[in-house]
Design a protein around this ligand. Structure first.
Ligand code: ATP
Length: 209
């Protein structure tokens, strides 16, 4: 298994947000986590990427325990997290946003070829590479957020509700892109709420586990 989460508990002060989640992610494909608002989906992703500390349980990635590492080391080991709400840098250009994803990397040639790869996946971002992120549509901002995550050269991509607030056509487009990312060798953990249109219900269906 690429990722194993065992009996994960997370508390925010005294509130128990997660009470014993376990999951396994193989080294290919898409694993989808679906649940109601407040069920703890975002907290699960935050714990995997080191943004919150588990109060109990273990997370193993690529054969090593990571639940005691700071977020930047977890990114360095190959986990990229696209948070809910996208969080692009509004006053930076598309290209600057994308390059920020590579901030831990020193391999200049690799960065340039990954940037070209992101522009190949998202031709619309190439057309808008000098445009400020704040002027993009919601779907385009989601593409920037996913592209920025890909720029870290991940072995695993965490996507938190990427279809939130997007039109059906754009949701379908993002679903195709996510399926393509998984097909080209980067497994994905996809989190979706159960109140709105989901990637899993559109176009190609991710493999549920
Ligand atoms: P949503 O779809 O609404 O984002 P979710 O399944 O992703 O829901 P989480 O955001 O992980 O759920 O929240 C799980 C629980 O933890 C909820 O009860 C929430 O109120 C609580 N919680 C989340 N973040 C915090 C925080 N920073 N401080 C205190 N409680 C929090």
């Amino acid at each position: 298994m690429l990722l194993e989460v065992r009996d994960l508990h997370v508390h925010y002060q005294k509130v128990a947000a997660l009470k014993g989640i376990s999951l396994q992610v193989p080294s290919g494909g898409i694993v989808t986590i679906i649940g109601a608002n407040g069920a703890g989906k975002s907290t699960t992703l935050r714990a995997i990427s080191g943004l919150v500390r588990p109060s109990k349980g273990e997370i193993h990635f690529d054969g090593q325990r990571i639940d005691n590492l700071p977020p930047e080391q977890i990114v360095g080991r190959g986990i990229a997290h696209v948070p809910e709400g996208r969080r692009v840098f509004p006053d930076l250009s598309v290209e600057e946003n994308l390059r920020i994803g590579a901030f831990l990397r020193a391999d200049k040639d690799g960065i340039e070829s990954d940037l070209e790869d992101v522009f190949r996946r998202f031709p619309r971002l190439k057309e808008r590479r000098t445009q400020r992120a704040r002027t993009l549509s919601g779907g385009e901002q989601q593409m920037v957020a996913i592209g920025r995550a890909l720029m870290s050269g991940p072995k695993l991509l965490l996507l938190d509700e990427p279809s939130m607030g997007l039109s059906p056509v754009v949701v379908q487009e993002i679903a195709r892109i996510v399926a393509d990312i998984a097909d080209t060798g980067v497994p994905v953990i996809l989190v979706e709420g159960n109140r709105h249109r989901r990637l899993g219900g559109q176009g190609r269906r991710p493999a549920h586990q």
